[in-house]
Design a protein around this ligand. Structure first.
Ligand SMILES: *Cc1c(COP(=O)(O)O)cnc(C)c1O
Length: 390
């Protein structure tokens, strides 16, 4: 029967320790959560600054729905573009310091918009090997050649750019890599983009709101100049505590996306209440230096607390702190051991990460306390068969 393949594939996933399991939260997104009936301390969400439950954002959503209704009713180019959507574009462009921005319902849709709008058959996309899945899908959708370079390797990228005969070139990278937590060499990437007349597209899902002066993101942190060839994608479901995404850059390039990007045109605009909350979130982000300092403190505490464990903590300066175990089953066992101790850290396995590099993805937030990070460190030390760290 036609469904026999599915039964076989599901059994194969289980046999390889690759079955994904959802957990249901009976509490809002916060470190202290009620999960499938069990109280857990979570290190799993991307709510890096603890804004997902901020009263000002909740109020903005409530007031936005009361004023503008629940749904937008149509796509942006038909009749779904309300005043709050227009205002949100201006707030975002102003915050990241680029001429114009366009909002999307999700980051996945934003990435699917950018790449096919800029390149197609006969062109080439030069992509970091560890780019997010949505960027990989975006390149496939564009039909451009997908030239992948070793993670963060500028020399390898330079060689591939020099060897390429593609008509148009695009360099595509995460700003902060979602499963490794390290930062892309943006200054070097921009220099190569200039030298080879390429676009530089940066997916800043994990840098927006967190890195750089006032949290303006990875480009600001790298001190890159405004340039027509740079496009910045940021998401609003992570540090911004909300939902959605935006693309910012040169006004004409953004106009081109608005005219041509299918994942912008053929989808209903997000609820206007979300757009209302975006400007509020941007204000909170701009004023969140204290939260960013708290997050930095937690990152430093974790690195100290986990030193000497048998599993290496990847050198990440961001909220994403990967503890690489390697084997899928060993990683699951470690995650289960933590769960038994009331700690929730997701086990990330292939194909999200390369084969043999399964890991615990410890995700820190300004909402965590020093004691909570210490509790995670001592639980891991216990599971490693070591004395709890002092
Ligand atoms: C989360 C994420 C996305 C997708 O954003 P959504 O708004 O969740 O669809 C894209 N790129 C990266 C690097 C991400 O981590």
């Amino acid at each position: 029967m036609i469904w026999d393949d599915i039964d076989r594939e599901l059994a194969a996933l289980a046999g390889n320790g690759l079955t994904r399991r959802r957990r249901t939260l009976d509490s809002p997104c916060a470190p202290r959560a009620q999960v499938d009936g069990q109280p857990l301390l979570g290190f799993a969400s991307n709510d890096y600054l603890g804004l997902a439950t901020h009263p000002a954002l909740i109020a903005a959503l409530q007031e936005g729905a009361a004023r503008w209704g629940a749904g937008s009713g149509a796509s942006h180019l038909v009749s779904g573009h309300l005043r709050p959507h227009q205002d949100a574009e201006a707030c975002l462009a102003d915050y990241v310091g680029l001429p114009r921005a366009l909002t999307f319902s999700t980051g996945y849709l934003a990435n699917l918009a950018i790449v096919p709008a800029l390149v197609g058959r006969g062109d080439a996309v030069f992509a970091d090997r560890l780019n997010h899945a949505s960027l990989i899908d975006a390149v496939q959708l564009s039909r451009a050649d997908h030239v992948r370079y070793p993670h963060g390797d500028l020399d390898a990228l330079a060689a591939r750019l020099a060897a390429s005969r593609a008509r148009r070139k695009l360099i595509l990278t995460d700003g902060v890599f979602s499963m490794d937590g390290d930062v892309a060499p943006l200054a070097g990437l921009f220099e190569l983009a200039e030298r080879h007349d390429a676009w530089l597209v940066v997916d800043d899902a994990h840098g927006f709101g967190v890195l750089g002066p006032a949290g303006r993101g990875s480009l600001a942190a790298a001190g890159l100049p405004a340039s027509r060839r740079i496009l910045l994608m940021g998401t609003l479901g992570k540090a911004a505590g909300l939902s959605g995404a935006f693309v910012a850059g040169d006004a004409a390039v953004i106009e081109w996306l608005l005219q041509r990007a299918r994942s912008y045109i053929f989808t209903t605009a997000a609820p206007p209440a979300i757009a209302c909350a975006i400007c509020r979130s941007v204000e909170l982000l701009a004023a969140a230096d204290e939260r960013r300092a708290r997050l930095s403190a937690r990152i430093a505490e974790l690195a100290t607390g986990l030193a000497g464990l048998p599993w290496p903590l990847l050198p990440s300066p961001t909220a994403i702190q990967p503890l690489v175990v390697g084997d899928n089953f060993a990683t699951l066992a470690l995650a289960d051991g933590l769960l038994a101790a009331g700690l929730w850290v997701p086990a990330i396995r292939p194909p999200t990460v390369p084969q043999g590099s399964a890991r615990l993805r410890i995700s820190l937030s300004a909402a965590h306390t020093a004691d909570e990070v210490a509790a995670l460190c001592s639980a891991l030390a216990r599971l490693a068969g070591q004395e709890p760290a002092r």
